[in-house]
Design a protein around this ligand. Sequence first.
Ligand code: SF4
Length: 366
Amino acid sequence: MHSSQHDETRERRRAAEIAGRLLDWYAESARDLPWRRTRDPYRIWVSEIMLQQTRVETVIPYFERWMKQFPTLEALAAAPQEEVLKAWEGLGYYARARNLHAAVQEVVARYGGEVPDDPEAVASLKGVGPYTAGAILSIAFNRPVPAVDGNVLRVMARLYAIADDIARPATRRVVEELVRAMIPPGRASEFNQALMDLGAVICTPRRPRCLLCPVRELCEAWKAGRVGELPVKGRARAPRPVERVAAWVEQEGRLLIVRRPQEGLLAGLWELPGGDVPAGLAPEETLRTLLRDALGAEVEVGEHLVDVRHVFTHLVWHVRCYRAALAPGCKVAEGEEVRWVAPEALGEYAFPAIYNKLLGLIRADR
Ligand code: SF4
């Protein structure tokens, strides 16, 4: 046999051996997760979106509540956005919820409420990237497509001793093709989940448990003593700090809240009136200007109540909150984007985590 053919055969055998061991291991030790008790593509889709930037333990109670509140794709599609954002409150990265909501509405409108099992149709849904499309297609429909997330990239970089930066799209494509070739016929659903589980439970980012690993003898990184140096990951940039101000405006026991724009960070969520403070400007002065521009209100800025901080992927918000009072004779009317809310009714509005923290701190203080 020609030597490259020989190599190819050996590679295929090795891939099949890895896959077989992973499937055996998974049959024994798959994690019992609520979305694994089903092949319902809607449930699998929701779980994958929730899991994108959030830990499994955090997701489980949200997922269970969500399925009680929106048991079917149609139920979610028909729900008002406010209710969907409220159910998502605390999970963060709200664009996920808004995109999911828009995408299930599209499934109802275009596909009669059935999640399509066609790769192109799934990949074109809002908020569904290559990983999520792969996960839905393989887990729900057993289609032999890769589902490569950060866990799978790490595992494969180690198994194959790939020293390229896993943050690069080219590396991801290489890994996708390796996974595609490794999927055992008819077993895509379990295989992809087995790879994800191996990454989550055994081949973890720090201190992988190689001694318990079912594919240790086949792992290039292990054999070469390079587990500690793989995968290689380009350094992420530090999040950019943003100074913000917010006003606590209370009148007759009601608090003034405003809704964020429908586009951009934390779109559609509620917050206290205020905004970004440009570099070099005083926060109190900025707050007066912001409230005048946004609400047509003249305010007197009072005591500084509290500071809170929140780290997003690319930003760090630092919010200074002041008590403020409307100038005599000045009124702010309620509307779609503006509300005066009694303390006991605040829970009906979806706030970003940082504002929930801020409200909690101020109320605890009183
Ligand atoms: S042997 Fe270690 S590095 Fe290799 S796949 Fe298993 S856990 Fe990961």
